[in-house]
Structure formats: C-alpha cells, structure tokens
Design a binder for this molecule. Sequence first.
Ligand SMILES: [Fe+2]
Length: 199
Amino acid sequence: MSIEGADFIMRNWSGPVSGRSLKIGSDEHKTLFCRMLLETHNPYKPAVIEWPALTPDARQRVMSLPIWDIAVQTEGRASIRVKTFAALVADPLLRSALDMDAGEEARHKVVLSKLVQAYGIQLEPEPDYAIPRDPAEQIGVAIDPPTLIELCLAENDRRMAGYDGRLLRPAAVPMLARFALRLFRAPIVQNFAVKARNN
Ligand SMILES: [Fe+2]
C-alpha cells in the first residue's frame, strides 16, 4: 500500500451503521470510539524517520528553542499517567485503547529524543525558561495570534472531518478559540492593536 493510502486509512474511519441513532455514553458509543482509536492507530517506527538536513541557521533556530527538555519529559509523564489509569480499567476494549494511547505517548517521547539526537540538541536538566521577547522572531515565522487561531481551527476541522460523524468531537477548546478569534476581530480590539503598533 502507498504511504498516501495508509495515511488516508489512518485519518478516515467509520464504524458499522446499525440503523438507529447512537446513544452518547452507551456501550455502543464506547465500542465505536475505542475501535476508531485502535483501527486508526499508525504503527510507524520512530527509529526509521529520516530527519531532513537543515541549513546551519535553521538548525541553530531549532536548537535555540527552549522547549526540548520539557517536551520530552511531558511525553514521559503522559505515558506513565495513562498506563497507570489503564491498569485500573476492567473493560478489556477500553483498556486496550488506553494501553495503546500510553504506548503512543511513549512513542512521542522516542520521536522527540530522536529529533533531539539528530540535530545535536543537548538536553539540560535545568533549562533556562526565560520569557522570549519576540517568540515569532525566534521560530522564524511571522504570524499574528488571530491568523494562528484561524489556522488551528481550520486544521482541527480538516483533521476531524474524516471520522465517523456519530462520535463526539472536542468542543470546549474550539469554542474558546472561536470566541477569542471574534474578540481579536472586534473593531475596538483592531483599533487598539493599530494604535499600539504605531506608538
Ligand atoms: Fe504526546
């Protein structure tokens, strides 16, 4: 199977249609949700990822991001939390979905460790978490907050569109993001931003 074909299967999934509407919180809902998680899981191996060669200044920018220690540690902590919770769950299907997720968090940690290794980034036990004066310079991309939020919302819609329409989607964060976007786009806030830029 082509990489594109495998990628499509991981991002588009629907369960069997029973003819009746799905009751949220029912056993049927749980089965559909767990099966979606398990059947769309991508079995890639972090060790075979070919990290692209970077120009010296791009590599320098990647190396200077003050996130690598906390990112690696966060994935490690997430994995042990999910694994611990999974061990308490009696339902075999739900437990296997949770075990898969714990393994997924551990894999994120391996991916980050490989990335760090590939670009010669030294992990410090005590990183400097100084607040950057201009985070957008530091990553080399000029993007204003409303454009970033729009991009995230569009990507969220695109990513969620492929899955069974009966399953629930994350609601709170997209709703807050849309609210924040409306605030950013409000004339009073726009005028304030223009004045701040001109001063
Ligand atoms: Fe993760």
